[in-house]
Design a protein around this ligand. Structure first.
Ligand code: NDP
Length: 495
């Protein structure tokens, strides 16, 4: 009897669904890893002046992948100097139509090498290959294409306001969407005529370094994009550098507050895209099967490492029981494991530190009296893993209902009236996103008007498009990325 038949037989005996999939691992042959990566400064890969390197690993196996240069203050200074020089000598005076050509070239190369990028993203970050392949990479390319289109039309985007670039932008990105966040940051900054120093997250530097190779091949003038790898101290050196004109940060609210303090009074422009604790609200008239898919996508996409994740489910009381039953059934079918397997739904947690944080918050949920549900799925022995988790009996004061867990953990609460749904949904220090599930168009509009959230999805969740602005309110930050609005933070506009 084959392994598949054995699994099916044993599942049948336990009364579980009998479907089992054969392994379908994506090959890693397409990825050419170097043993050691330098910093990308002035169009070249250079050794760090700091002389230090750190190891980046695969979170699904804990195997080392490569040594990565750690940029110290002197390295950050060289990168900023290269960006300033490129800004003044080439990029500022280049017509928008010429800048657009480079952006189109980068976009096409990302498309051509999409599989290589996707496999590398999954190896370094732990996200399922089907997500890096079907979401992260197509969206990253789309961002470059979209902003390439604006590069020579800024006068039309902001008529009579003489748009001018800001100068040198310092951009700091997190580990949950490394390539996509790099695209969100770089494309609008370059289209508007700025030069950039980008700091990828410590745990996920590899796709940004592959992007540096693409940028070299696209023959972008040296110094227009510089990439400095390292940890928080590298980001901090970039924020504090005196010759940076603008900081764009995506990451935790905690670090966002530090950066806001550090930039206050310096004249540096700032945009912050921070945490979230979004409500996904299901009304009794919602198509439940569709809502279940949206709820699952809302919280288990990318292991819940998503700032706009629908981590609080608000269910109207009459449909609480049937929805919960359907959700539990659906969780049983989620496949957790090797992120490189094309059938995997939930991959590895990005780092041991993040796993510890998730475990700590889940333990707090249990201790505070919420009821936990996890499907019975096996987990690989090595690597960082967490089962998809539901909590019921959650009250609004519980930590799991208030704090951003940033993992595959859903807290379920109930409501009776639309007013109560609005009150509960907005009862959070965050304000990044919200989801509404109902058949009534009028109710969607009524609810959307009352959500304190930058993005409101109706009968869908986690939909992204380069033409659509994204950003938050309150402790989720300020400034918008994407769309016409995403150009503004990188421009000086006359009145
Ligand atoms: P951070 O906010 O620390 O990381 C985001 C980026 O900022 C990384 O590149 C990080 O570098 C860098 N950084 C860290 N400290 C500083 C500093 N003082 N000055 C400038 N840059 C800095 O997020 P973490 O990775 O520590 O994750 C912690 C929590 O944040 C998560 O559990 C999650 O709740 C939340 N988070 C939210 C994100 C979002 O998009 N809303 C994204 C990521 C995390 P390095 O990687 O080297 O630390």
């Amino acid at each position: 009897m084959s392994e598949i038949e054995r699994t099916a037989t044993s599942a049948l005996e336990q009364g579980q669904p009998v479907w089992e999939y054969a392994d379908a691992p994506e090959s890693t042959d397409i990825v050419r890893l170097e043993d050691r990566y330098g910093l990308f400064v002035g169009g070249e890969f250079v050794e760090p002046k700091s002389g230090t390197y750190f190891t980046t690993i695969d979170p699904a196996t804990e195997e080392p992948l490569a040594e990565i240069a750690e940029a110290g203050p002197e390295d950050v200074d060289l990168a900023v100097t290269a960006a300033r020089s490129a800004y003044e000598t080439t990029w500022l005076s280049l017509p928008g139509s010429e800048r657009a050509k480079y952006l189109y070239r980068i976009a096409r190369q990302i498309q051509e090498r999409a599989r290589e990028f996707a496999v590398l993203e999954t190896m370094n970050g732990g996200k399922p290959i089907k997500e890096s392949r079907d979401v992260d990479l197509p969206l990253a390319a789309a961002h470059f294409f979209y902003y390439a289109g604006w590069a020579d039309k800024l006068e039309y985007a902001f008529p009579n306001r003489s748009p001018r670039p800001v100068g040198v932008a310092g951009q700091i990105i997190p580990w949950n969407f490394p390539m996509l966040m790099a695209a969100w940051k770089l494309a609008p900054a370059l289209a508007t005529g700025n030069t950039v120093v980008l700091k990828p997250a410590e745990t996920t530097p590899l796709t940004a370094l592959l992007l540096a190779q693409v940028i070299q091949e696209a023959e972008l003038p040296p110094g227009v994009v510089n990439i400095v790898t390292g940890a928080g101290a590298t980001g901090s050196a970039l924020v504090e550098h005196g010759d940076v004109d603008k900081i764009a940060f995506t990451g935790s609210t905690e670090v966002g507050k530090i950066i806001r303090r550090a930039t206050a009074g310096t004249g540096k422009r700032l945009t912050l895209e921070l945490g979230g604790k979004a409500a996904n609200i299901v009304f009794e008239d919602a198509p439940l099967d569709q809502a279940v898919e949206g709820v699952v996508n809302g919280i288990f996409f990318n292991q819940g490492h998503v700032c706009c994740a629908g981590s609080r489910l608000l269910v109207q009381e009459p449909v609480f029981e049937p929805l919960l039953e359907k959700l539990k059934e659906r969780l049983q079918t989620l496949r957790v494991g090797n992120p490189l397997d094309k059938n995997t739904d939930v991959g590895a947690i990005n780092s041991r530190a993040q796993l510890t944080k998730i475990e700590e918050l889940v333990a707090a949920g249990v201790e505070e009296g919420a009821e936990i549900y996890q499907p019975e799925c096996g987990l690989p022995e090595r690597g960082f893993w967490f089962r998809p988790t539901l909590f019921t009996n959650v009250s609004q004061s519980h930590r799991i209902a208030r704090e951003e867990i940033f993992g595959p953990v859903l807290s379920i609460l109930t409501f009776r009236t639309p007013d109560e749904a609005v009150e509960k949904a907005n009862n959070t220090p965050y304000g990044l996103s919200a989801g509404i599930w109902t058949e009534k168009g009028s109710r969607i509009l009524w609810m959307a008007e009352r959500m304190n959230a930058g993005v409101v999805w109706a009968n869908t969740f986690n939909r992204f498009d380069p033409t659509s602005p994204f950003g938050g309110y309150k402790e989720s930050g300020f400034g918008r990325e994407g769309g016409l609005q995403g150009l503004e933070p990188y421009l000086e506009l006359g009145r």
